[in-house]
Ligand binder design. Structure first.
Ligand code: AMP
Length: 289
C-alpha cells in the first residue's frame, strides 16, 4: 500500500493509474477506521480497479465548541486496517498542506444543508463540501463511495458532484451496525458503560417508526411522536427526529422512500442515525464490533 502525504504526489499517482486504463475509486474519511469504513473499501473494490482512502480530520467542518481536538485518531492502526483490507493508496495530507491559508472561496451547500445537521451545526456542510471538492480535485476519482450513515451529507455530496459537474459517480453504501443495532461511528469510542447502552435508543426509535409505518400509519406527525417517545430514554437528550425525502424536505405522506433521521446526545457524545423506511434497519449489515 502506498501512503502519500503530498497533494501533488496523490494527483500524480491517480493520473498515472488512470492513464493505464484503471478505474480509481475513492473513500474519503476522517480516520479512526472501523468496519463501516472498511465495508466502503470492499464496495469500492467491486466497482473500481484501485482504491484510494483519505484520512483527514477537516477543521473546516467543526464548530468552535465541537470535538476537533478530541476527535479520535490512530494512524498506525488505520494504516494496518487499510493495508489488510487491500487499500492501494492511503492519502494522509496534513492541515497545512490542505489549507496553506484559510480558504476564502468555499462551496455553498444550498437549502438541503439548512435543516437537521445543518441547523444543529452551522457552517458544517460548507466545511464538508469544501474539503470534499478539494479531495475530488486532488484524487480525481472515477467513483467515490460514501456512507448512508451520514444521510444528509451523502445526499449533499451527490448534489455537489452533479451540480458542479465533477464527472464522477457517487455511490451510497448502507449503514453498518453492531449486532445490537448501534450504527458504527468513530465517535462510539467516547461511549462508556451506561452511555453505550443508552445509545441504543437511536436505532430503537428508528425501528419503532418503521414498525408503526409497516402497521399502516402514513401520517408523519404520529410517526414522529412514536419515534420521539422511544428516543426519550434515560441518559438520552433527543435533538431531532424528522421524516424527509432525499432533498431533506419534510414529507406530508410517508412512503417507502421516506427517510427517518435522528440525532441525540448521549452523555457528552452527539450521535446520528437514520433509516430508509422501505429498506428497514434490519436490512443494514450487522457486525460484531
Ligand atoms: P467519517 O470518517 O466519519 O467522516 O466517515 C467517512 C465515511 O464513512 C462517510 O462516507 C461516512 O458516511 C461513512 N461511514 C461512517 N460510519 C459508517 C457506518 N456505520 N456505515 C457505513 N458507512 C459509514
Amino acid at each position: 500500500m502506498h501512503e502519500l502525504p503530498s497533494l501533488k504526489e496523490m494527483r500524480a499517482w491517480s493520473r498515472a493509474e488512470r492513464a493505464r486504463g484503471r478505474r480509481v475509486g475513492f473513500v474519503p474519511t476522517m480516520g479512526f477506521l472501523h468496519e463501516g469504513h472498511l465495508r466502503l473499501v470492499d464496495r469500492t473494490k467491486e466497482r473500481a480497479d484501485r482504491v484510494v482512502v483519505s484520512i483527514f480530520v477537516n477543521p473546516l467542518q467543526f464548530g468552535p465548541a465541537e470535538d476537533l481536538a478530541q476527535y479520535p485518531r490512530d494512524l498506525e492502526r488505520d494504516r494496518q486496517l487499510a493495508g489488510e483490507r487491500g487499500v492501494d493508496c492511503l492519502f494522509v495530507p496534513d492541515t497545512a498542506a490542505m489549507y496553506p491559508a484559510e480558504p476564502l472561496v468555499r462551496v455553498s451547500p444550498g437549502p438541503m444543508a439548512d435543516p437537521l445537521e445543518g441547523a444543529a451545526r452551522p457552517g458544517h456542510f460548507a466545511g464538508v463540501l469544501t474539503v470534499i471538492a478539494k479531495l475530488f480535485h486532488i484524487v480525481e476519482p472515477d467513483i467515490a463511495v460514501v456512507g448512508r450513515k451520514d444521510f444528509q451529507q451523502a445526499m449533499l455530496v451527490r448534489r455537489l458532484a452533479a451540480d458542479l459537474d465533477f464527472g464522477l459517480e457517487i455511490d451510497v453504501a448502507p449503514t453498518v451496525r453492531e449486532l445490537d443495532g448501534l450504527a458504527l461511528s468513530s465517535r462510539n469510542a467516547y461511549l462508556k458503560g451506561d452511555d453505550r447502552r443508552a445509545a441504543l435508543a437511536l436505532s430503537r426509535a428508528l425501528r419503532a417508526v418503521e414498525q408503526a409505518w409497516r402497521g399502516g400509519e402514513a401520517d408523519p406527525g404520529p410517526l414522529a411522536r412514536r419515534g420521539l417517545e422511544v428516543l426519550r430514554a434515560p441518559g438520552v437528550a433527543p435533538e431531532y427526529l424528522a421524516l424527509v425525502d432525499e432533498q431533506m424536505r419534510s414529507v406530508a405522506r410517508v412512503d417507502a422512500r421516506t427517510v427517518v433521521l435522528v440525532a441525540a446526545k448521549v452523555g457528552k457524545t452527539r450521535l446520528i442515525d437514520n433509516v430508509v423506511l422501505g429498506e428497514g434497519v434490519a436490512a443494514d449489515p450487522a457486525v460484531r464490533a
